[in-house]
Design a protein. Structure first.
Length: 546
């Protein structure tokens, strides 16, 4: 359907050249879509989309939702309402009466004969496009390559409807001029025959003859919506006698009918609960730990299990958007919004971002306290600023992003706009460059410091929640999760081993670096039950990663 819309709007945009250019594009468009195969594929997709939309509305137990989800649903319901007349006036009239739905005839009808209908179709065009773009965004935003192409897709999403509307307006002015200068009631070129759209209502395919089809399709849509509401009402009535309790760690208890998801219970009870993907089970930000009642829950379905497996979740961890308990349970949301969040419960302002595969680099100055214990405050600030400047420039030059400065430590993120493989190579290259530049700084300040200036760096890769976090005006893009904690532990390990760089085995595998002669060992990482295989790189060997 989205391909159909893209081609249709592109065809309109050809009107900026001329009406005849649009007619030529229409011939190609009809060759693809106005044949048994194209018709079956397109209208089959439309029917399936409508059925799935109504099913999704029926399955949803509460209409409390973020504004973005509500907007997508409302625009989705407006699309058939706004397009029924257009479909009847073009495809159905053509099929039943052989009426020529050419650009000349259609634009004449919408621009000259009934401009208010033309305005409505322009609004419908924008709504259809916005609805489709939101749907594509929700579908693609968790793909690893999406962040790289998103700016180009955004430009395309803005330009295409604008060019389409401008093409329609250009054709409208052209056709209006032709009508004004036509003789004998029709254009000399023969654009407006007796069967053209926009002819008098008494003509073949006029308003009177298509009225039954309009009533039938509008009535069918109304019956479908009314039926959906009745079915939801009937279900709610029968479920009143089958309430269960969802208990939360703050003492809150939400009573909901059986069949509600935990996420729906949170929204119904006004309890802030993250859900980045809109409750589709594609992310894990809504995950909860089931403290009581986990043993009798139904096992995860394939969608939920795939996500839980990807994050290595414990057996008592479930996705709130997919978990439909049949009895009372107690849950603890694992990503909890900060108490000071002033955003409404159902808005997306409370979201922490999304899970991404990134590489995290931590670096710190070894024996910093010893180096500065006899220094004046001004000297310490001077040294740190020189050090931060070196590290910051290197990280940015290699494609990373400075996350934060922590005392004399630096945290950097790689992979926000690249693949994990590239991110790992960038992080190792940055580590090598930092070691080299700090060596130069150490030589420069050798006479000023009691001990040589040395650096300790840790690099790890994995999934982390990346988003804007903080309070008030002190908010910044950052990352949280086990990957960040492990990277920090590896930087501490580099200090313990008196070496320049320690990176994990996942970094080595993804980066594909040569490890001949590099010491590898298993180390215990605080917070993890299993040992982690790491590589210990002395300063003399860091140059191989540059």
């Amino acid at each position: 359907m989205f391909l159909f819309v893209i081609m249709h709007l592109s065809n309109h945009a050809l009107g900026l050249i001329s009406v005849n250019a649009a007619e030529g594009g229409r011939d190609v468009f009809l060759l693809i879509w106005r044949n048994p195969v194209g018709t079956t594929v397109f209208y089959g997709a439309v029917l399936i989309h409508l059925v799935l939309a109504f099913r999704a509305l029926y399955v949803r137990r509460t209409l409390a939702m973020p504004m973005s989800e509500a907007f997508q649903i409302v625009t989705g319901l407006l699309v058939p309402l706004l397009l029924i007349d257009h479909v009847i006036g073009t495809r159905i009239v053509y099929s039943l009466y052989g009426v020529a739905d050419t650009y000349h005839a259609t634009v004449r009808s919408l621009w000259v004969t009934a401009p208010t209908i033309g305005l409505r179709q322009a609004v419908a065009l924008v709504i259809v496009w916005i609805h489709g773009c939101i749907g594509m965004h929700f579908w693609l935003r968790y793909r690893s390559w999406y962040a790289r192409v998103a700016p180009f897709l955004m430009a395309f999403a803005i330009l295409l409807p604008v060019l389409s509307l401008l093409g329609f307006a250009a054709m409208g002015r052209t056709v209006a001029y032709q009508v004004a200068h036509a003789t004998g009631g029709g254009h000399p070129g023969g654009y407006y025959g007796p069967h053209a759209i926009g002819s008098e209502p008494t003509a073949v395919g006029g308003y009177g003859e298509t009225l039954p089809y309009r009533v039938a399709l509008h009535g069918l849509l109304a019956v479908a919506v009314a039926g959906l509401l009745l079915m939801r009402g009937k279900r709610r009535w029968t479920e009143r006698a089958h309430q269960i309790a969802i208990r939360y760690p703050g003492g809150e208890t939400v009573q909901v009918p059986r069949g509600f998801t935990v996420l729906e219970a949170s929204r119904l009870g006004g309890i802030p609960h993250y859900s980045i993907c809109g409750g589709k089970g594609r992310c894990s930000t809504c995950r909860v730990q089931v403290l009581d009642g986990a043993g009798s829950l139904l096992p995860p379905d394939p969608t939920e299990q795939k996500t839980l497996t990807r994050i290595g979740a414990a057996p008592d961890v479930r996705l709130a958007c997919q978990l439909r308990p049949s009895h009372d349970i107690t849950v603890v949301p694992m990503l909890v919004p900060m108490a000071e969040t002033a955003a409404p419960t159902f808005s997306q302002e409370a979201t922490p971002g999304r899970e991404r595969e990134i590489a995290v680099l931590f670096c710190d100055i070894r024996h910093f306290t010893t180096l500065t214990e006899e220094r004046l405050p001004f000297d310490i600030v001077f040294l740190l600023n020189r050090y931060f400047t070196i590290v910051g420039r290197v990280i940015e030059a290699e494609g990373g992003r400075i996350d934060k400065f922590i005392g004399d430590g630096v945290m950097a993120l790689f992979g926000l706009g690249t693949t994990p493989e590239i991110a790992c190579r960038q992080a190792l290259k940055a580590a090598a460059a930092i070691v080299t530049e700090i060596d130069k700084l150490a030589a420069e300040l050798a006479d000023e410091l009691p001990k040589p200036l040395q650096i300790a760096i840790g690099v790890h890769t994995g999934r982390a929640v990346v988003g804007s976090m903080g309070y008030g005006n002190v908010k910044a893009l950052t990352a949280i999760g086990d990957t960040v904690n492990v990277a920090s532990r590896l930087e501490s390990a580099a200090k313990e081993f008196e070496t320049a760089l320690v990176f994990s085995e996942p970094v080595a595998l993804l980066s594909g670096v040569e490890l001949t002669g590099i010491e590898g060992r298993q180390i215990a990482v605080r917070g993890r039950t299993e040992a982690l295989h790491v590589y210990i790189v002395p300063k003399s060997e860091c140059g191989r990663f540059a």
